[in-house]
Every structure is written in structure tokens, then in C-alpha cells.
Ligand binder design. Structure first.
Ligand code: HEM
Length: 164
């Protein structure tokens, strides 16, 4: 739900390119053969007609029953036979990354963060996303145990050197 909502508000691919292979009509628009056109992912993801009055708000719960409410207009990875081949990999990697971060850190946004998404080929945060990570206590415990073990090992080594 969180990944879908993030991809809705900030889809890295903001549009997909297509070419009409024959004369056709989409709704009221006539497209002669060979017309090249863009399907705008970004504007559709902010459409109040599709998503309701809170279209601009981050609300992962809107995906609690899948993306059916979007009536087929939610496709951050494209659609059809040329849809993204990396979709499953990208989603799996993102879930693993989020799980690994949450297992080991709490985090908050840096005060230096400036919300400034821009499009240059893909949509990305112009000034990056500086976040502050805090190691969880559990992790700090492991870190201290490791430090103690290292200190012990170093002591043993230096004693051995003296004995030789
Ligand atoms: C969040 C991550 C990603 C997003 C949002 C994304 C989005 C997209 C979109 C919108 C398209 C165009 C689809 C269309 O025209 O219908 C595309 C195509 C493609 N993507 Fe991704 N992609 C992502 C990650 C990846 C990864 C990780 C790989 C490879 C490991 C990948 C490989 C490709 C390839 C090869 C195509 C061209 C497919 C074709 O033309 O047949 N993508 N992607």
C-alpha cells in the first residue's frame, strides 16, 4: 500500500510513449495511423475524478483493496506487452530495503529537506532526500558486544606478541 501510494504521487516514469499501428479512436480523440503520443501517468495519478478530493494527499489506505478504484488508470510500470520488465524486481527490492531499514533504524527527515520533485527524464527529488537514521537499541547492543570482542581480541594479540 505504501509503495503503491508512493508510486502514485511520485511515479519515476511520468509518461509512456506509444504509436498508433492503425487508425483508431480513444474516447473522442481520433488517432491516425503512425501518430506518436504520450500517455500521461503523472497527471492521471493526481486526477480528483479518479482518486477523489484528497488526490494530492499521501494516503496508503486508498490501496487497501488494491488499485481497482483507479479503474485501470494506475500503471506506474506501464501497461500492455511493453510494460516494465523490472516491475517485480523493483517492488521486491524496495520491500527488502524498507524491511532492512525498519529492522535496524528509526528515522526522521532532516530539517534541510526541501520538497522539490522535478522531471528530467524521470521524476526525482531535486535536492535529494536527507534523512537522519538512528540505530535501534538492539543494534547498539550488538555494536557494543562487537566492540568488546574486538578489544578483547586486540588485547590477546598484543599479549601474544609480548610472549613471543
Ligand atoms: C520503481 C522502479 C521502476 C519503475 C517505476 C519503472 C517504470 C517503467 C515504465 C513506466 C516503463 C515503460 C513501460 C511502457 O511503455 O508501458 C518501463 C520500461 C522498462 N523497464 Fe522499468 N521501471 C522500474 C524499474 C525497472 C528495473 C529495476 C528494471 C530492470 C531490472 C527495469 C527495466 C525496464 C525495461 C527493460 C523496460 C522496457 C520494456 C519494453 O520496452 O519492452 N525497470 N519501466
Amino acid at each position: 500500500m505504501i509503495l503503491n501510494e508512493s508510486l502514485r504521487l511520485y511515479p519515476p516514469g511520468v509518461a509512456i510513449a506509444r504509436k498508433a499501428v492503425k487508425d483508431c479512436k480513444i474516447g473522442s480523440i481520433c488517432l491516425p495511423k503512425d501518430t506518436q503520443f504520450l500517455v500521461p501517468i503523472l497527471p492521471m495519478n493526481y486526477s480528483e475524478t479518479i482518486w477523489g478530493d484528497d488526490a494530492e494527499k499521501f494516503n496508503p489506505y486508498r490501496f487497501s483493496e488494491g488499485s481497482e478504484k483507479a479503474m485501470g488508470s494506475f500503471f506506474p510500470f506501464g501497461k500492455g506487452p511493453r510494460a516494465c520488465v523490472g516491475q517485480k524486481l523493483a517492488l521486491l527490492e524496495s520491500k527488502i530495503l524498507v524491511a532492512m531499514i525498519l529492522q535496524n533504524f528509526s528515522f526522521h527527515m532532516s530539517k534541510n529537506y526541501i520538497h522539490s520533485p522535478v522531471v528530467f527524464v524521470t521524476l526525482y527529488p531535486q535536492h535529494g532526500i536527507p534523512i537522519i537514521l538512528h540505530a535501534l537499541k538492539r543494534l547498539l547492543g550488538v555494536y557494543h558486544v562487537k566492540q568488546e570482542a574486538n578489544a578483547l581480541q586486540a588485547k590477546e594479540c598484543s599479549e601474544r606478541e609480548i610472549n613471543y
